[in-house]
Design a protein around this ligand. Sequence first.
Ligand code: URA
Length: 178
Amino acid sequence: EVLQQQVSTCRQCKLCETRTQTVFGKGNRASRLLLIGEAPGAEEDRQGLPFVGKAGQLLDNMLQAIGMDLESCYIANVLKCRPPGNRNPAPDEVLACSDYLQAQIAMIKPDVILALGRFAAHSLLQSEEAIGSLRRRQHDYQGIPLHVTFHPAYLLRSPNEKAKAWQDLLAVKKTLQA
Ligand code: URA
């Protein structure tokens, strides 16, 4: 709660000038699985909660297909504020927000992290590698197994990639069961 309060008044980058409110995270803080997305969109900025739009619905459906759901996981974004017009996060914004995400990871202590999309994967792994090659293996984030998959908003635009994302979720499930 203390961290969430700190984030809600953050003015470390210029996104504080255009946000409606910060979007800290939601779900089960005792979850073994932590999902990390990119940044709030318009609906998330309005409601103050991550993944409340169509991308979140798709993600929930996909999680349910492996016997989980969004409610039982914890989900947060790399950026806590919406970039205007949903533009890509800028490097200085990612940097300004990175301590918050690190603190969230340290508090939740997940057994597995799933990075959703390029921005989450690149900022957590400090890598520039294409998502297509990052997603097929297990990575390590400070001792925590990390998997990479496509962002659900991308899957909405490219539904033929859903089968690959399904494989990624099965790999996550396997790691959780290991
Ligand atoms: N996309 C994200 O990456 N995060 C959200 O919270 C919503 C859409």
